[in-house]
Design a protein around this ligand. Structure first.
Ligand code: DX5
Ligand code: ZN
Length: 216
């Protein structure tokens, strides 16, 4: 079954409790929380105090996507509220250590790759991951166009996960919508992040239903 993780980056934070309630009633599976530091990516979003508040307002799992430099410095902080904690392969940590640390803290671990990173570069890390996130846009902003080059990466990663007999969720993030989601799922994604397509949409319920109906 496909899991849906709406990106709260597209939310109106002053209306946030209402928006979360609407999304919860539409059968989404988790909330995708984009943390940007203005350094690893050109944009700044928010940090742990907001995530703490979100955690207090929902029972949905929090899927935290760190777009920050040297993420190992902040793993303990974010692990307090995250249910899945992901960081970028390219962000300058000892990635294996960071993944292990996340699991030791009782949180699901996720490694994320940018569009220019080849999937083969993370194969050795797969046994330490509960989820892998393939970016289908350059990280930093919502509302960008889906990059078709993500499809081959998803296909390769799904095949490698299968070959190794691992149980890993494969998530795709960026430009996922009614036109692009199906090919991502066919390529092997089973967790779909969607910001501008879902959050605040008057068609939210139908859109979530559509995304969840997609079959590999
Ligand atoms: C981009 C973020 C995404 C973004 C997705 O750096 O990681 O999660 O919010 O937004 P859409 O679905 O609008 O591309
Ligand atoms: Zn994201």
């Amino acid at each position: 079954m496909i899991k849906i993780s709406p990106s709260v980056l597209s939310a109106d934070f002053l209306e946030f409790t209402k928006e979360i309630e609407i999304m919860e009633n539409c059968g989404i599976d988790m909330l995708h929380i984009d943390v940007m530091d203005g350094n690893f990516v050109p944009n700044i979003s928010f940090g742990n105090p907001l995530i703490k508040s979100i955690k207090a307002h929902t029972k949905l799992p929090l899927d935290v996507h760190l777009m920050i430099d040297k993420p190992h410095r902040y793993i303990e902080d974010f692990a307090k509220y995250a249910d899945i904690l992901g960081f970028h392969f390219e962000a300058g940590s000892d990635n294996a250590e960071t993944l292990k640390k996340i699991r030791e803290l009782g949180v699901k671990s996720c490694i994320t790759i940018k569009p220019k990173t080849e999937p083969e570069e993370i194969y050795d890390l797969l046994p330490l991951c509960d989820m892998v996130l393939v970016m289908s846009v350059e990280p930093g902003f919502g509302g960008q166009k889906f990059m078709e080059s993500a499809l081959i990466k998803l296909t390769k990663l799904r095949a490698e996960i299968k070959r190794r007999g691992l149980n890993i969720d494969l998530e795709v993030d960026g430009g996922v919508n009614g036109e692009t989601a199906e090919s991502a799922v066919k390529a092997g994604a089973n967790v779909l992040v969607a910001g501008s397509y879902l959050v605040g949409s008057p068609d939210l319920e139908q859109r979530v239903k559509y995304l969840k109906s997609l079959k590999v």
